[in-house]
Ligand binder design. Structure first.
Ligand code: ACM
Length: 760
């Protein structure tokens, strides 16, 4: 933070650190940032007599001009008329301009005397209106010249209405917010194990039975034992309601991508029609989160059923894409089912993955025959990709890279940056979320085109999307909290030019934008004044760095656990600790309001601050604050593994060498912390080995522990040692390995999560 280094009185510091004065600033705080924007002197003042002008040639913009009149009414109370002739002054003129490149592009020429909106289609004019909505304040628009166009054609948000149901009003409100941020695709996840949400006339039991479950899991999946609330829960959209939402979205230039999951995530439809499954067993709509083993059986009745369902779906949704799911489909039932095995043999398929590919190809052929295209999650690459499919890359970016390199379109939505159901803050007061950690700056920093792609393959990346899975999101308020402000970051990365992306500038614009959203009744999260801490070993000491994203305010701290006040020491740079401390810190805003309090105990043990070297690096998504996070004297969260303390290894062992320093330390025990979250495929290690060495080359094993178990989310293990003088310590925690059938994540490599290694 630049200004924490300045010793001037704060009020001088604030203005010195702003790019422009606060007043000027607020006026042009547009998100997503336009491609080109040149502020001009003066303001256009809105008056009751201001005229919206639609010249004859621009008749195709009438609807959008009327929509603009309704927006003006909403924000100012004025009822402006749409006329075909300009008045002497104070006109807002819509013009068609064929020379503007792209349907979504627009020019906005805003002076004190008039506003001219030019576009080649209603779509571009609609986006100009969204910009005007953000420019408006106190009955005026600041003068500006804007030339704007999106970076990507696919700019999406997803919403899971299966785990929790959101009614038509909530969905329209969601679509409004997409449009306000210039997003143009709404991925509507309509079916899953826990509920079927769309009326299908030919199969009424899908909603009579499949839309309701007998209860819902209480708390988190990782809380053991599982408990359910016993309350019937559900809902669905009638076809009339779907048509209403489709029309509403069209009026906001948002295309809906409906998703009908197959062959997995199908327990709700199988509860309605068990004959379409592999076991024929009468099932209930699932009450648990996770991935059900119950999947569609690839028999002719199933294909006939799915084609009927998709026929009704395609009649309701006019967009090019139909999403057919394809993710997380367990193969156990297919392996055990005689019909599936016979089909594999008859079709000359290699295994159940090729059977999944056979399933998706058949569905693709049908969807293509109706003039539409399929989108599937990246598992549809396994066993061979259907010829015309678009891939949604979610388990990382490699699926997207592979698909784009083989000439398929892709939409990037990796769990590393685009899962807005993950925690956005590691503060202990944060409301319950599924796991992970994707703060605002992480979303903002996402680049949708992978560096590995070259030439024509780059153009296959149509854009990016953020996903909102709703296991832990039962209300509209929580939904708002999870998506805002991260949706704003997504909007900017898919709309604005890559070379204009600047997180500090974004954070500066975000503050007034959050006020704007609050004014619209949105329950945004605001972590701009939360402290972000980086605590890392540094040559035997521990360095504590603090910052906030807000562009004003100051941080004050104490070291002894007492409450910080504006009179406490001002944080001016990283703190260096050489013994245990209890740091408490808080940001204080210019208006005197405090930010959220932060505190951290840092407890020194014999390895705190020492140098650590790992044989296998943690996964990019779970590398904490760096490898030193396991020797910084700080314990990670007991509830979540996505913070700056836990290191996560995808299939690999944790293998570390610690240099205890010149004066070989006398050690009596090593204490471990592992995370257990089987719902997220996180398993305890199979065994732990401790080795020592005097030269860092030749190691001798001194202790082994097998059969590590525990019921809690965090499992602690202490390995006592005979008092030993140790220079180099090697620790190997063996990964659980491939997950056995019947357990969450079956067939996949397990994750291993490791926190502080305390050495005594
Ligand atoms: C997914 O998150 N299962 C696509």
């Amino acid at each position: 933070m630049r200004f924490f280094l300045c010793f001037l009185p704060l009020f001088i510091c604030f203005s010195a650190c702003q790019k422009t004065s606060p007043q000027q600033q607020a006026a042009y705080d547009i998100i997503p940032l336009p491609a080109s924007m040149t502020p001009q002197p003066g303001h256009f003042v809105l008056e009751p007599g201001t005229r919206i002008v639609l010249e004859k040639e621009a008749e195709s913009l009438r609807e959008v001009a009327l929509y603009f009149a309704s927006v003006i009414h909403e924000i100012s109370g004025f009822e402006l008329k749409v006329k075909d002739k300009a008045a002497k002054k104070n006109n807002i003129i819509f013009q068609l301009d064929e020379k503007i490149a792209g349907d979504e592009a627009y020019h906005l020429s805003l002076s004190a005397s008039q506003i001219i909106i030019q576009s080649r289609s209603a779509r571009g004019a609609f986006y100009a209106i969204q910009t005007l909505r953000q420019l408006y304040a106190d009955q005026q628009f600041p003068a500006v010249e804007i030339e704007d166009a999106p970076r990507f054609p696919y700019r999406g948000m997803h919403l899971d209405v299966a785990r929790h149901f959101f009614d038509v009003a909530a969905v329209k409100r969601y679509i409004d917010q997409l449009a306000f941020h210039k997003l143009n695709h709404f991925h509507w996840h309509l079916t899953d194990d826990q509920g079927w949400r769309i009326e299908i006339k030919k199969y009424p039991k899908l909603t009579e039975i499949g839309a309701f479950r007998k209860g819902t899991l209480i708390g988190h999946y990782n809380d053991q034992p599982h408990q359910f609330d016993g309350k019937r829960y559900g809902g669905f959209y009638t076809q009339e309601e779907i048509k209403e939402v489709v029309a509403y979205a069209a009026s906001r230039f948002v295309t809906i991508v409906p998703e009908i999951e197959m062959p997995g995530h199908a327990q709700a439809p199988l509860a309605a029609y068990p004959e379409l499954g592999c076991t024929g067993e009468q099932l209930e709509v699932w009450q648990l989160w996770g991935v059900s083993e119950n999947v569609y059986c690839p028999k002719e009745e199933t294909f006939a059923f799915l084609e009927d369902v998709l026929t009704e779906v395609m009649a309701l949704f006019p967009g090019k894409y139909i999403h057919i799911g394809g993710d997380e489909s367990p193969k156990t039932q297919w392996e055990q089912n005689a019909f599936c095995q016979e089909l594999i043999r008859r079709e000359g398929l290699k295994d159940e993955h090729e059977l999944q590919s056979y399933f998706i190809r058949r569905i693709e052929r049908f969807v293509n025959s109706q003039g539409r295209r399929i989108i599937g999650w990246d598992e549809i690459l396994e066993g061979g990709l259907a010829p015309n499919a678009t891939v949604m890359s979610w388990r990382g970016i490699s699926g997207g890279i592979e698909a784009a390199q083989s000439g398929h379109d892709v939409i990037m939505t990796p769990t590393s940056h685009c899962y807005l159901d993950y925690y956005q803050s590691d503060h202990p007061d944060e409301p319950l979320a599924i796991g992970g950690f994707i703060p605002l700056e992480k979303v903002y920093g996402y680049e949708p085109i992978p560096a590995e792609l070259e030439g024509a393959a780059r153009a296959h990346v149509l854009g990016a999307q953020a996903n909102l899975w709703t296991e832990y999101i039962p209300t509209v308020e929580k939904l708002d909290y999870m998506i805002f402000p991260r949706l704003c970051a997504l909007a900017e990365l898919v709309w604005s030019p890559a070379d204009k992306r600047d997180f500090d500038h974004f954070a500066q614009r975000l503050s007034p934008h959050l006020d704007r959203l609050k004014g619209m009744g949105i329950h945004c999260a605001n972590h701009l004044y939360d402290l972000n801490a980086a605590i890392q070993p540094q040559a035997g000491k521990v360095e504590v760095k603090l910052n906030i994203h807000a562009k004003e305010g100051s941080i004050h701290y104490t070291r002894d656990g007492s409450e910080p006040t504006p009179q406490s020491p001002l944080y001016e740079g990283p703190l260096q600790l050489d013994s245990s401390a209890y740091i408490r810190a808080q940001a204080f805003r210019a208006d005197g309001k405090p930010g959220r309090a932060w505190e951290q105990k840092i407890v020194f043990h014999k390895a705190t601050g020492k140098h650590i070297q790992l044989t296998h690096q943690p996964h990019d998504k779970y590398k904490g604050g760096g490898n030193g996070s396991v020797l910084n004297g700080v314990l990670g969260s007991d509830e979540r593994y996505g913070d700056a303390e836990w290191l996560g290894f995808d299939g690999n062992d944790f293998e570390a060498m610690i240099d205890m320093g010149q004066d070989a330390a006398l050690i009596k025990a090593v204490h471990f912390r592992f995370f257990k979250g089987e719902g997220q495929w996180i398993y305890l290690p199979a065994e732990i080995h401790i080795l020592t060495s005097s030269d860092g080359k030749e190691f001798k094993e001194i202790a082994v522990q097998e059969e590590i178990s525990g019921e809690n989310k965090v499992v602690e293990v202490t390995m006592p040692l005979h008092e030993l003088a140790v220079r180099y310590l090697k620790i190997i925690a063996k990964n659980h390995g491939t997950i056995a059938p019947g357990r969450q994540g079956a067939g996949n490599k397990a994750w291993l999560f490791v926190d502080e290694l305390r050495v005594y």
